[in-house]
Design a protein around this ligand. Structure first.
Ligand code: ZDP
Length: 290
C-alpha cells in the first residue's frame, strides 16, 4: 500500500482528482486505480484523474488525464483550468512568486495548450485550432477529406442532424429545440459507441437561445453525463458558427454553469471559466501504479 496526496478540483461541477506527478515521467496511478479513485461511493469521486508531469520540449509541464472509465483522452478543457490552479498552488507552496495574469504552456496529447490565470480568479485557455476534417475527428460520416457539417446519423431509430468537431478530442454536436427534453441517459451511450466514430465520441445537445447564448447538455466519452465539458463547449460554438447559428463569441450555459467561448479570427478558440479547489487529502492505493 502507498499513500497518494491529491487535490480535488472542479470546473463548473466537472470534477477531477489532481495528482502531483512531477517526480516521474509516467503516471503514478494506473488506469484501473483511476477507475477506483473516481468511484463516487467507493472512492474519492471524480470525472477523471489528472496528472501534472514534467515538461515536454519547451513547455512548462505535461498534462495527462484518465477518464473515470480508465480510458485516456487527448485533452480536457475544464481539467486544464483546474491543472493551472493546482500548479499555481504547488509553486506557491514551494515559495515561487506568482504574478497575475500568468500563462502556463502545457504539453498535452492534443499539442501545446496555454491556460492563463487571471487576477479575477477566472482561467482563460488558448485551446488551439479546431479540427474539422472527418479523417482527423475521426468519423466515417463524411468523405475523409471533408468537414462534417449537418450530416445525418441514425440513432435509436431516429435521424439526427449532427456536426463533428475535434478540439484534440472528438465531439458530435446536435442542435435541438429544447435541451431539457433530450433523453440523455438513453441516447448518450448510443452516440458514444456508434460505429461511425472509431475512437468513440463526446456528444453535446445544444439549444441556441440567442446568437450569443447557447444551452447545452453533454454525454462524455468514458465519463457519461457530466455537469460541464470545456472542450465540448468550444466544439459546439465552432459547430454553431459553421451552421450559421451563432456569433463567434458566446456564452455557453452548461448544466454546472456558464463558460465564455470565442472562436477568434486567428482560428484559435479561447475559453474562460472558473476552476475551484474543493479539498486536498491523501488516499491509500495498492502498490505503485505503472
Ligand atoms: O474526450 C474525452 O474522452 C472526455 N471525456 C475528456 C474530458 C473532457 C472534459 N469534460 C473537458 O472539459 O474538456 C473534461
Amino acid at each position: 500500500m502507498t499513500t497518494l496526496p491529491f487535490s480535488k478540483f472542479h470546473g463548473l461541477g466537472n470534477d477531477f482528482i489532481l495528482v502531483d506527478n512531477r517526480a516521474s515521467e509516467l503516471p503514478v496511478v494506473s488506469p484501473e486505480q483511476a477507475v477506483a479513485l473516481c468511484d463516487r461511493n467507493f472512492g474519492i469521486g471524480g470525472d477523471g484523474v489528472i496528472f501534472v508531469l514534467p515538461a515536454t520540449g519547451d513547455t512548462d509541464y505535461t498534462m495527462r488525464i484518465y477518464n473515470s472509465d480508465g480510458s485516456e483522452p487527448e485533452m480536457c478543457g475544464n481539467g486544464i483550468r483546474c491543472l493551472a490552479k493546482f500548479i499555481a498552488e504547488l509553486e506557491t507552496q514551494e515559495g515561487k512568486a506568482l504574478e497575475l495574469p500568468h500563462t502556463y504552456s502545457i504539453h498535452t496529447l492534443a499539442g501545446t495548450i496555454r491556460p492563463t490565470l487571471q487576477a479575477s480568479g477566472q482561467v482563460t485557455v488558448d485551446m488551439g485550432e479546431p479540427v474539422l476534417l472527418a479523417a482527423d475527428i475521426p468519423t466515417t460520416l463524411a468523405d475523409q477529406g471533408d468537414k462534417v457539417v449537418d450530416k445525418t446519423l441514425q440513432v435509436a431509430g431516429q435521424a439526427w442532424q449532427v456536426t463533428c468537431v475535434s478540439m484534440g478530442n472528438p465531439h458530435c454536436i446536435t442542435f435541438v429545440d429544447d435541451v431539457a427534453s433530450v433523453p440523455l441517459a438513453d441516447i448518450g451511450p448510443l452516440f458514444e459507441n456508434h460505429p461511425a466514430f472509431p475512437a468513440r465520441i463526446n456528444t453535446e445537445f445544444v439549444e441556441v437561445v440567442r446568437p450569443d447564448y447557447l444551452k447545452m447538455k453533454v454525454w462524455e466519452r468514458g465519463a457519461g453525463p457530466t455537469l460541464a465539458c470545456g472542450t465540448g463547449a468550444c466544439a459546439l460554438l465552432v459547430a454553431a458558427v459553421l451552421n450559421g447559428k451563432c456569433d463567434r463569441k458566446a456564452t455557453v450555459a452548461l448544466p454546472g454553469g456558464p463558460l465564455e467561448i470565442e472562436w477568434a479570427q486567428s482560428n484559435r478558440v479561447f475559453m474562460t471559466g472558473p476552476a475551484t479547489l474543493v479539498f486536498s487529502g491523501q488516499v491509500t492505493v495498492e502498490a505503485a501504479g505503472r
